[in-house]
Design a protein around this ligand. Structure first.
Ligand SMILES: *[C@@H]1O[C@H](CO)[C@@H](O)[C@H](O)[C@H]1NC(C)=O
Ligand SMILES: *[C@@H]1O[C@H](CO)[C@@H](O)[C@H](O)[C@H]1NC(C)=O
Ligand SMILES: *[C@@H]1O[C@H](CO)[C@@H](O)[C@H](O)[C@H]1NC(C)=O
Ligand SMILES: *[C@@H]1O[C@H](CO)[C@@H](O)[C@H](O)[C@H]1NC(C)=O
Ligand SMILES: *[C@@H]1O[C@H](CO)[C@@H](O)[C@H](O)[C@H]1NC(C)=O
Ligand SMILES: *[C@@H]1O[C@H](CO)[C@@H](O)[C@H](O)[C@H]1NC(C)=O
Ligand SMILES: *[C@@H]1O[C@H](CO)[C@@H](O)[C@H](O)[C@H]1NC(C)=O
Length: 582
């Protein structure tokens, strides 16, 4: 008889509080069902010393200070609790009474942040594995909050997790959690958790890039790879080679000045997001022909499909000393502006079509044995410059898988072609990033942008699906783990993953909902893994969906137009109500 009311209470609590609605789910978490309010008078200390809480932005600088970084993180966490929070009615049955009574006045008293290690220069521009991102977070029933982390990056992650515990009350400016006490210990599965954003096919504004960095930090994603130039446009201002952007940008206003670039880097560092710059070469660089007409072969060559993957074609003339002079000047200008903020520089290397060199008056060949030594020599030159600037090189996989080039052991290889490439590269000792297009290409599955005139090509390509359809939906993304099926000793070479946002059909109008919340799915797999430690099974969608529904609402409230993943009917009931059982 005593058991019945208890059981009923437990079920009621389950239905009314979406427990552990954190994203990504911490490695270890326990929560209670106590209510705690928080208000703006909350005291925050960092290593025992009080810090500014509301309205602080770290100064723009290439010098980074742990205290300023943490203060910025505190300010953003409190802003997200007090200014961009939401009433979670969409996550509860319609017309239900899910909010705590305002009379319950237990409050968060203090947030005591303890950083137990010292940050170093590499904390703010880490190579994979340089930073300990772990943290622990406890919230007592009576409102004492304690955060402990070795690095300021770990502190930022803890603050984000803390902010996700709180909701806005519909009665006014009151903010509460229903989960006290809370105890969390957390750390990432992979050190490299990224998004690649194409800035060349369509221009993306500086504000959009910064908002993407914000949303990444909420998802504990830590690498933003900017594919900043391609054959279509050169939006990057290089002061010593001004013709590049003057001739190559789509419009004089659609450029990234040195100040824009520095601002993006600094914005990222302050949020634990390292920005990685890519200048794709020796293919995907046709646009340079508009500025310097003796460096490029096959620019705008037709029929394009014999010379490149999409128009306009154009690659470096691989046996021209002028190309070396150009890269020398380009890197002398750009690399010193990258090195204060990033450990990496990406030299591209995807989809080089050997036929381009058939049109090169110095080569007139598409034979591998002719081109391979030229490519090796060029890559050695480019990567030596990168190392001399204190950076580590990054390349697309074809440099290894198609051209069999020898790379330095510091070089990271980004794999996109799927199949067994990630496994093969990891087993042959390369450091690998997984961008398998079968899972991680966010641009896929939305139809063709290329035109098919009436006639043969119309008939062949009807109904105009794109090459990498179908859409990589969040459930598919969530099912994929970069190191799955790779032995533990080789899996350590798999540094993580990057989602790709190729921008033929993406600009400010749809950027947010192309990326979010699908990138959140990858974010959780790369941080937490997709296996439930308790059961040893893949995490169930029934457990994941309520949290992702909730996190999507949170991102929306914080100014990112993440798309819905379900209808409100489903979010208001429970995962089982919208499940398909066989
Ligand atoms: C190179 O061009 C020839 C036609 O000249 C074509 O048959 C071949 O498919 C092209 N190769 C590539 C990789 O596009
Ligand atoms: C061009 O090719 C010649 C002959 O193979 C070689 O000696 C020379 O170094 C090459 N130049 C460049 C810039 O690659
Ligand atoms: C090289 O060119 C020849 C002649 O056009 C063509 O048949 C062959 O497919 C080309 N090879 C590559 C790798 O594109
Ligand atoms: C690739 O290069 C390595 C070392 O340079 C060499 O041993 C190997 O035979 C090459 N493989 C192919 C398929 O060309
Ligand atoms: C990586 O290469 C450098 C330069 O060739 C060498 O000094 C270093 O020992 C290598 N490191 C490893 C782990 O193989
Ligand atoms: C479980 O995860 C593994 C590794 O990511 C994946 O290969 C497999 O498809 C997943 N299975 C299910 C049912 O999601
Ligand atoms: C989930 O929703 C369904 C449909 O409304 C309901 O029958 C079921 O009791 C709910 N389960 C829980 C645990 O609330």
């Amino acid at each position: 008889m005593m058991l019945l009311p208890k059981a009923v209470l437990a079920i009621a609590a389950l239905a009314f509080s979406p427990a552990n609605a954190l994203w990504p789910i911490p490695q270890k978490i326990s929560t209670g069902d106590g209510v705690l309010f928080i208000d703006q008078a909350v005291r925050v200390t960092y290593n025992g010393v009080p810090i500014i809480t509301i309205g602080y932005t770290p100064p723009a600088s290439s010098h980074f200070d742990s205290r300023q970084i943490v203060q910025g993180g505190v300010s953003r966490a409190l802003q997200s609790i007090f200014s961009t929070n939401y009433v979670p009615w969409k996550l509860h049955p319609r017309n239900s009474n899910f909010e705590p009574k305002l009379a319950l006045q237990n409050r968060v008293q203090t947030i005591a942040i303890q950083q137990t290690g010292k940050d170093s220069a590499s904390t703010f521009k880490p190579r994979a594995g340089d930073v300990d991102e772990s943290y622990s977070l406890t919230v007592s029933k009576t409102g004492q909050v304690s955060i402990t982390a070795k690095s300021s990056t770990g502190v930022l992650h803890a603050l984000e997790t803390f902010s996700q515990l709180f909701y806005k009350h519909s009665a006014g400016p009151f903010y509460y959690t229903t989960q006290a006490p809370v105890s969390i210990t957390d750390s990432p599965k992979y050190p490299h958790r990224g998004i690649m954003l194409d800035l060349a096919r369509n221009y993306q504004t500086v504000d959009d890039i910064k908002r993407t960095i914000d949303a990444m930090s909420w998802n504990k994603l830590n690498r933003l790879h900017l594919h900043i130039t391609d054959s279509q446009s050169w939006p990057l201002v290089i002061p010593s080679l001004p013709k590049l952007s003057q001739a190559g940008a789509y419009h004089p206003s659609l450029v990234y000045t040195p100040a824009d670039l520095a601002g993006i880097f600094q914005y990222g560092v302050a949020r634990g997001v390292e920005v990685i710059t890519e200048i794709d070469m020796p293919g995907h660089i046709g646009v340079v022909d508009l500025a310097y007409n003796d460096l490029i072969v096959a620019y705008e060559q037709m029929p394009y499909q014999y010379y490149c993957a999409e128009p306009p074609c154009g690659a470096f003339s691989m046996n021209s000393s002028k190309v070396y002079d150009f890269v020398d000047a380009l890197f002398d200008d750009l690399l010193p502006r990258v090195a204060p903020y990033s450990a990496y520089f990406h030299t591209g290397g995807d989809e080089l079509n050997a036929n381009d060199s058939m049109l090169d008056p110095h080569i007139r060949s598409n034979a591998t044995d002719v081109l391979q030594p030229l490519l090796q020599k060029f890559l050695n030159f480019a990567h030596a410059k990168i190392r001399a600037a204190g950076l580590s090189p990054f390349v697309w996989e074809e440099m290894v898988t198609t051209w069999n080039l020898t790379l330095g052991n510091d070089t990271v290889v980004q794999s996109w072609l799927g199949g067994t490439a990630v496994k093969d590269l990891a087993e042959s000792g390369h450091k690998v990033i997984d961008t398998d297009y079968n899972f991680y290409y966010l641009d896929c599955g939305r139809g063709q942008w290329v035109n098919f005139p009436n006639g043969a090509s119309f008939d062949t390509y009807y109904p105009f699906g794109d090459w990498c359809a179908p859409t990589k939906n969040w459930r598919l993304i969530y099912s994929h783990d970069p190191a799955a099926g790779i032995s533990a000793s080789h899996a350590k070479n798999v540094l993580g993953g990057e989602l790709a946002v190729w921008s033929e059909m993406i600009d400010a109008s749809n950027l947010d909902n192309i990326i979010w919340p699908r990138a959140s799915a990858a974010g959780e797999v790369w941080w937490s893994g997709n296996v439930d430690a308790a059961t040893g099974q893949n995490r169930s969608q029934l457990e994941v969906v309520p949290r992702l529904n909730e996190f999507r609402e949170r991102m929306l409230a914080r100014g990112v137009s993440a798309m819905p993943i379900q209808m409100t009917y489903c979010t208001q009931l429970n995962a089982t109500a919208c499940a398909l059982f066989p």
